[in-house]
Ligand binder design. Structure first.
Ligand code: FAD
Ligand code: SF4
Length: 612
């Protein structure tokens, strides 16, 4: 974690907010940072020292989720404590109302956690009152139905957050920075509204205890609210600025920061210049490019590896309980192994075969380390399957991975030869010291009856718009990822009647929840019928035959004009097989090794670039 932050400190950031630190035993799950006892001191001290080494302010976040009890210590469901018994839509908790004694204990534990952060040498503390967490639940009249001094009137509903702020200030003194994070709008029916958040911020502004407000959108308690926590690429870059602008107009004294979907310095500049916020917070932009600030400062904006808001390796990993990374920059989360790229003593002649995400990353890293690198791509454009991925509805920004990796190859001096299909003969003629094989994957038809009929088409052709598709379509979605969802939406938008048969419990099962949930909303809007747990069995002229994956009972779709196949991909490893055992040093990466996603391809490209 410290190596992660140090990379961003070197990259030029002015201030770092840590992740949330749990402060009270009523929420102490595994895998979260804690500030609830002195065991946190040595680590926080090292972090604080790093901040001073680089002249970067470090702010620790103090946190209690209330009813949003997302995780647990041992797999059992935790008791969720909240102001009142209002269930949480996402985590399915029915909270136990806090007693006044417990409220006072949790208030004090925020102050104690903050005091530890101050003792460890952090520059300040931020209260988490955002995203539907405990402090926000107290402010919200729909979630706080108490009749004691913590509920009812506005003043009573503000009591918890004010007591937390006062306790922290009393314990850390006036020299430390004290901020508050709050959602300007929790963007769902039961969440805090703009008016309510603005009123809370105006009151806190007048109290004079805080030093800044850190604004976000959304709530973790509902499906719609989650869409705005870490907004995916279907939300416009910088859209959060408008909301912070509205909230800022309610505040007289406190500086207002905004975070969320700000992935380029131009967007940050626009937000600040237009007065929508005084400061800008950038999270994923720094996960994707730790050097974001330095590059912006040096006007090297084209060199910034802009976050494409895919939510895959950052929040996607986190939701699965793994450390965060980035599909475009797998060095993130692996700084101890890959931050420094030592130059090689003896440069080698490296040939990279295939200009998809994996090949481009391998080429860029090998060249950065000083090798003489040529990348050959048989198509007229670099990008591989990412060029198809970007054609799905709402996924244009996925193409940013191609722009960014192409730029990395340019910066590090990779020689690129397009329209060049590499063969055994070309390799013999080029005589490289080492070959990195990144030839990717292709589609293949399942070995089932009826798959060679003219009305059976492949998903990639549908994405490219080259397939001849009738009005009544069945999409067979083996992957349960972007492809089935994307082609189903595309065809429904084109006016087709679409049945999406998925080989699992739901389409998008293997996607980060906010991407899947947003997409499911689109399919619902366009009237796509979803048939889960379906395994393809075969097809005839007008019917598609499937089997329920557990009961084995038939699922038959009649009156079908086109069957679209999103079937398992096949690795393109023919050239590798020809060369294997001939004495050529070979590295096989990405989908050519096993068809998966861009994330693994780019990570394996990074590793290959280090190994050669
Ligand atoms: C519609 C669609 C949507 C997707 N969406 C996502 C997504 O949202 N997120 C995600 O992470 N992944 C997604 N994927 C998967 C992802 O695109 C692939 O996993 C990734 O591109 C694999 O990268 P790669 O470099 O290993 O191979 P590829 O991208 O397949 O690139 C291989 C390249 O090698 C070239 N090549 C092959 N043989 C030769 C040869 N002999 N000589 C020269 N060149 C050769 C090919 O032309 C190709 O350009 C999607 C895939 C599809 C089809
Ligand atoms: S994984 Fe995707 S969303 Fe996350 S930081 Fe990287 S590019 Fe951005």
């Amino acid at each position: 974690m410290i190596a992660y932050h140090e990379a961003r400190m070197k990259g030029g950031v002015g201030m770092i907010m840590t992740e949330v630190h749990c402060v009270h035993p009523t929420y102490m799950p595994l895998g979260r940072a804690w500030a609830s006892n002195d065991d946190c001191l040595p680590g926080l001290k090292r972090l604080g020292q790093k901040g001073r080494d680089y002249g970067v302010k470090v702010i620790g976040q103090v946190f209690h989720p209330g009813r949003v009890a997302a995780a647990s210590i041992d797999g059992t469901k935790m008791v969720a404590y909240a102001p009142s018994e209002v269930p949480d839509e996402i985590y399915k908790t029915v909270p136990t109302p806090l007693t006044t004694d417990l409220i006072k204990e949790i208030v004090t534990s925020h102050g104690d956690g903050a005091a530890r952060m101050a003792e460890a040498g952090l520059d300040g503390v931020e209260i988490i009152s955002s995203m539907g967490y405990l402090a926000s639940q107290f402010i919200n009249p729909r979630l706080n139905r108490r009749t004691d001094e913590y509920g009812g009137s506005f003043e009573n509903r503000m009591r918890f957050v004010r007591e937390v702020a006062a306790d922290i200030r009393a314990k850390v003194g006036n020299d430390k920075i004290l901020g508050l994070r709050i959602s300007a709008d929790e963007m769902d029916e039961e969440g805090l509204t703009m008016e309510e958040s603005s009123a809370a911020c105006a009151a806190l502004d007048e109290d004079g205890v805080l030093d800044y407000l850190n604004i976000v959108l959304g709530s973790t308690a509902t499906y719609t609210g989650w869409q705005h926590i870490i907004p995916h690429m279907q939300y416009d870059a910088g859209y959060t600025g408008k909301k912070s602008g509205e909230l800022k107009s309610a505040v007289k004294r406190l500086p207002v920061m905004i975070a969320g979907r700000i992935n380029q310095p131009q967007i940050a500049e626009e937000i600040v210049a237009s007065g929508q916020a005084d400061l800008v917070g950038i999270v994923r932009g720094h996960i994707a490019d730790p050097e974001f600030v330095n590059k912006a400062r040096e006007s090297r904006t084209d060199d910034i590896r802009a976050c494409i808001a895919c939510d895959q390796a950052c929040i996607g990993h986190r939701l699965k309980g793994f450390a965060i990374s980035c599909i475009q920059h797998p060095e993130t989360g692996r700084e101890l192994d890959f931050y420094d790229k030592p130059k090689v003593e003896t440069p080698r002649k490296v040939l990279v075969v295939g200009g998809g995400p994996g090949g481009m990353k391998a080429a860029a890293v090998a060249a950065e380390r000083g090798h003489d690198v040529t990348l050959m791509e048989k198509a007229p454009h670099l990008g591989g399957q990412a060029l198809i991925a970007q054609l799905l509805p709402g996924r244009t920004e996925f193409g940013g991975i191609v722009t960014n990796l192409t730029r990395e190859c340019e910066i590090h001096g990779v020689t690129i030869r397009k329209n060049t299909e590499v063969t055994k003969e070309i390799i013999a003629a080029e005589a490289p010291d080492v070959v990195i094989m990144a030839t990717g994957a292709v589609e293949q038809r399942p070995d089932l009856e009826g798959m060679d009929q003219t009305h059976v088409v492949d998903a990639w052709a549908v994405a490219k718009g080259t397939a001849n598709v009738g009005g009544k379509v069945v999409v067979y979605d083996w992957h349960a990822n972007w492809i089935g969802l994307g082609v189903a939406e595309k065809l429904a938008r084109d006016g087709c009647s679409v049945r999406l048969c998925v080989n699992g419990p739901m389409p998008g099962e293997h996607l980060p929840m906010m991407v899947r949930d947003g997409w499911m909303g689109q399919l619902h809007k366009f009237g796509v019928e979803v048939i889960p747990y379906a395994r393809l069995y075969g097809a005839d002229d007008t019917s598609v035959f499937m089997q329920h994956v557990t009961s084995g009972e038939p699922i038959i779709c009649d009156d079908v004009e086109t069957l679209v196949l999103a079937a398992p991909h096949k690795r393109e490893a023919g050239l590798w097989e020809e060369l294997y055992g001939t004495g050529v040093e070979l590295h096989l990466i990405g989908d050519a090794l096993a068809p998966r996603t861009a994330e693994e391809a780019v990570l394996e490209g990074l590793r290959a670039g280090f190994e050669v």
